[in-house]
Design a protein around this ligand. Structure first.
Ligand SMILES: Nc1ncnc2c1ncn2[C@@H]1O[C@H](COP(=O)(O)OP(=O)(O)O)[C@@H](O)[C@H]1O
Ligand SMILES: O=C(O)C1=C[C@@H](OP(=O)(O)O)[C@@H](O)[C@H](O)C1
Ligand SMILES: [Mg+2]
Length: 170
């Protein structure tokens, strides 16, 4: 019989929701490994995500991402953070079925102020606030559809968010 390998929990949500930060805190509390598909892609390609977008374009990044998510879902037993756009691929929506998926929700004002003017997120270059609004509006239904739980992160520290996830995991 093969062992059931799956993440304890998968974190989804928009850029600035705190997926990467909260995943690390949560993994530490649970005593499990943390994994982030953005880091997996950067390690595999040896290239920062912003550079991948510039050099090869978004479609190339999304193709790497769909594979990175499938691989991580199949072999990681700890906490898994996805990149904010990963859930928009049908294959990833299907792959997430049956997993414990937490949507870290965040309002426009806090999301924009958290990611600020960082150049690490190529989709938000230009007017961060208007790009973020368009992204939140278009993706929210998908985040809600794939999630088994939704947690609002507005006005909460990453530690408080991690504690709430610990509680819901039981
Ligand atoms: N709950 C929070 N409150 C305030 N700042 C936060 C919170 N969660 C994350 N941050 C900050 O927001 C930025 C983006 O966090 P990150 O974990 O990279 O988000 P994501 O992976 O969802 O894009 C980081 O600077 C992080 O320190
Ligand atoms: O929302 C997106 O499409 C993206 C979010 C980023 O990850 P975070 O959500 O962890 O910032 C990263 O995958 C890439 O810049 C694209
Ligand atoms: Mg992240």
């Amino acid at each position: 019989m093969t062992a059931d390998v799956r993440p304890v929990v998968v974190l989804v949500g928009p850029p600035g929701a705190g997926k990467s930060t909260v995943a690390a805190l949560l993994a530490e509390s649970l005593g499990v490994e943390v994994r982030d598909t953005d880091t997996d892609i950067e390690t595999a390609t040896g290239t920062p995500i912003a550079d991948l977008f510039v050099t090869h374009g978004e479609a190339h990044f999304r193709a790497l991402e769909v594979d990175a998510v499938a691989t991580a879902l199949g072999e990681h037993r700890g906490v898994l953070a996805l990149g904010g756009g990963a859930v928009m691929r049908d294959e990833t929506q299907a792959a997430l079925r049956g997993h414990t998926v937490v949507f870290l929700d965040v309002g426009l004002a806090e999301a924009a102020s958290r990611v600020g003017l960082s150049s690490a997120r190529p989709l938000l270059l230009g007017n961060v606030r208007s790009q973020m609004k368009a992204l939140l509006d278009s993706r929210r239904p998908t985040y809600e559809a794939v999630a088994t739980h939704v947690i609002s992160t507005d006005g909460r520290t990453p530690t408080e968010v991690a504690e709430e996830i610990l509680t819901l995991l039981g």
